[in-house]
Design a protein around this ligand. Structure first.
Ligand code: LLP
Length: 453
C-alpha cells in the first residue's frame, strides 16, 4: 500500500511544514486544503465532532504493518508466527484486526487475556508472557486453553506443572532465556542483559537447568525458547548477535539432552520513526536478518530449523496513531520559551516525562504552513514535568487550534492513567473516509465506578 502523494510545497529548507512529517505519520496521511487528513478523514472536522483529546488510529496502517510482518517473515521460512505484542495498544477493535490478519497475540496479564477472550481471539494463537504470573492467571490460561505459556522462573514452572497435571493437561511452554546481549538503539552491549528480572540467564547455567526441568516435569510440553532483547532497536545486528547466542544454546540442549527445540521466538523490538531524522530498519530487512539468520545459524550447527515467532508491538501501531488536542493557552516567556498548553498531557502520554521521548507535532488546521516557531507542548496536569513535546517546531499557534502529536499509537493509551482524575481520551479508528469510536472517552462516572463510598 503506497503513501498517497501529497502535493509538495515549494522547497522550504529551514521551515518544516506538515508535509515534512509524512515519515512519522500514518501511511494514509495527507495535507489537503490546509488541513491534516488521515484515512480520508479531515482531522479538524474529526476533532470538532469527537471532541479532544482523542487518540486516532489508522486501520490501513495497522493492517499494512501486520501484513508486512507476515509477508517478510514467511518469505524466508514457511513456519513463522507473527505475534502482536498487545501491551503496545490493545482494544477489542484492535484484536479483531490482529485476528483477521491471521496473526497471534502476546498477552502479559490476566487483564490482557480477558480482552482477548472478549474479542473472541483464537486461544490457540495466544502467547502468555510475564515474569510473575500469579496462580490465578496461570489457572485462567489453562482454563482458556491458550496456545503457549512463556515460562519465566522455576517457581512458575513448578506451579504450572502442578496446575496442568491436576487438570490432566500437557501445556505447551517456551522458556524465556536471557542471551546476555542487550540491544540499544544503535548497537549491542554484551553483558548488561544478564542483570534482568526476566527469564533464565544462559551464561550462569540457569537456562540449561530450566530446560532440563521443563523436559522432566509432568504437565509441561517443552516446545522451545523465547528471548526479547529490547525495544526501539535500530541496529539489526543486535538481533543477529542474540540469534547467534541462542542457536548455539539450542545446539547445547540437543547435545546434552538429545531433545530438539520445536520453536524459537525472538521477541519484538524493531524501532520506528518518532522524529524526522529517524531512519529505522524496514520490516523487510528485519525479516531477512531474523529469519535467514536463524536458518543460517541452525545450518552451521547441523540443527533442524525450528518453527519461529516474532513479537512486534511498537512497529505495528506507533506510526498508525496520532493524538489530537485543543490548544487552551499560550504562554510566551520572553527569551526563555513558549508553552502551548493542551487539554491532555502526561495522563495520555507518559513517555515524554518517563523516557524523555521525542515527538513531532503540528497544528492540524494549519498543516500546510511552515512550522516556523519552536514551542514546548505542555499538558494540563499539576506537575512541571508534564510535557508532551519538548521544543517542538510548530506553526504559530492560536487558542482553539487543533494540535496533533504524531506517532502516539504505541505505549500511550496503554500506559495512560487518571492522574488528577483526568478522564482518558477515547480511541477513534479511521478507515476509507469514515471514523468510528473503538473506545469511548471516559466519563466522571467511569472514574468513580469502583468507589464504595
Ligand atoms: N515481546 C515481549 C516479551 C516484550 O516484553 C515486548 C515489549 C515486546 C514483545 C514488544 O516490543 P516492541 O516491538 O514493542 O518493541 N513502554 C516502553 C516499551 C516497553 C516494551 C516492553 N516490552 C515504551 O513506551 O517505549
Amino acid at each position: 500500500m503506497g503513501r498517497p502523494s501529497a502535493p509538495r510545497p515549494p522547497a522550504t529548507p529551514d521551515l518544516k511544514t506538515g508535509h515534512d512529517l509524512m515519515s512519522v505519520l500514518p501511511m494514509t496521511a495527507q495535507v489537503k486544503d490546509g488541513h491534516l487528513w488521515i484515512g480520508g478523514v479531515d482531522m479538524v472536522d474529526l476533532a470538532a465532532e469527537a471532541g479532544t483529546a482523542v487518540y486516532v488510529m489508522d486501520e490501513a496502517t495497522i493492517r499494512h504493518q501486520l501484513s508486512e510482518y507476515v509477508k517478510w517473515t514467511t518469505y524466508h521460512w514457511k513456519d513463522v508466527d507473527v505475534v502482536y505484542a498487545g501491551k503496545a495498544f490493545m482494544s477489542l477493535a484492535m484484536l479483531k484486526i490482529v485476528a483477521d490478519e491471521g496473526c497471534c497475540l502476546d498477552v502479559s496479564s490476566g487483564g490482557e487475556l480477558a480482552f482477548a477472550r472478549r474479542a473472541g481471539f483464537p486461544m490457540d494463537r495466544i502467547y502468555v508472557h510475564g515474569n510473575n504470573k500469579t496462580p490465578v492467571e496461570l489457572t485462567e490460561c489453562l482454563d482458556a486453553k491458550v496456545g503457549r505459556i512463556v515460562v519465566d522462573s522455576f517457581e512458575e514452572m513448578d506451579r504450572l506443572s502442578a496446575l496442568a497435571s491436576e487438570r490432566g493437561i500437557n501445556q505447551k511452554v517456551l522458556l524465556r532465556v536471557t542471551p546476555g546481549v542487550e540491544a540499544d538503539t544503535h548497537d549491542f552491549i554484551m553483558t548488561g542483559a544478564e542483570d534482568s528480572k526476566f527469564g533464565f540467564g544462559r551464561n550462569q547455567g540457569l537456562a540449561m537447568a530450566a530446560v532440563k526441568r521443563a523436559i522432566e516435569l509432568p504437565g509441561l510440553d517443552f516446545d522451545g525458547l523465547h528471548m526479547h532483547i529490547g525495544s526501539q532497536i535500530f541496529a539489526l545486528n543486535s538481533f543477529s548477535k542474540a540469534i547467534e547466542v541462542i542457536v548455539e544454546f539450542i545446539a547445547e540442549i540437543k547435545a546434552e539432552t538429545g531433545v530438539g527445540v520445536g520453536m524459537l521466538d525472538t521477541g519484538g523490538g524493531l524501532g520506528i520513526a518518532y522524529g524526522i531524522p529517524d531512519e529505522p530498519s524496514t520490516i523487510k530487512d528485519y525479516g531477512k536478518v531474523v529469519v535467514d539468520g536463524i536458518k543460517a545459524e541452525c545450518e552451521k550447527h547441523g540443527l533442524t530449523v525450528p518453527r519461529m515467532a516474532v513479537e512486534p508491538g511498537r512497529s505495528i501501531v506507533a506510526n498508525a496513531g496520532v493524538t489530537l488536542y485543543t490548544v487552551g493557552s499560550i504562554k510566551e516567556i520572553p527569551n526563555i520559551r513558549t508553552y502551548v498548553a493542551v487539554d491532555g498531557g502526561m495522563s495520555d502520554n507518559i513517555r515524554t516525562s518517563l523516557y524523555d521521548a521525542h515527538y513531532e507535532a503540528m497544528i492540524a488546521n494549519k498543516a500546510d504552513r511552515p512550522r516556523e516557531m519552536v514551542a514546548t507542548v505542555a499538558g494540563k496536569h499539576c506537575e512541571s514535568g508534564d510535557i508532551v513535546v519538548n521544543d517542538a517546531p510548530l506553526q504559530c499557534p492560536d487558542v482553539g487550534d487543533i494540535l496533533c502529536v504524531c506517532a502516539t499509537g504505541a505505549y500511550c493509551q496503554s500506559m495512560s492513567s487518571n492522574y488528577n482524575k483526568q478522564v482518558r481520551p477515547g480511541v477513534v479508528f479511521v478507515v476509507d473516509g469514515g471514523w468510528r469510536w473503538a473506545v469511548r472517552r471516559e466519563t466522571y462516572d467511569d472514574l468513580m465506578k469502583c468507589e464504595l463510598g
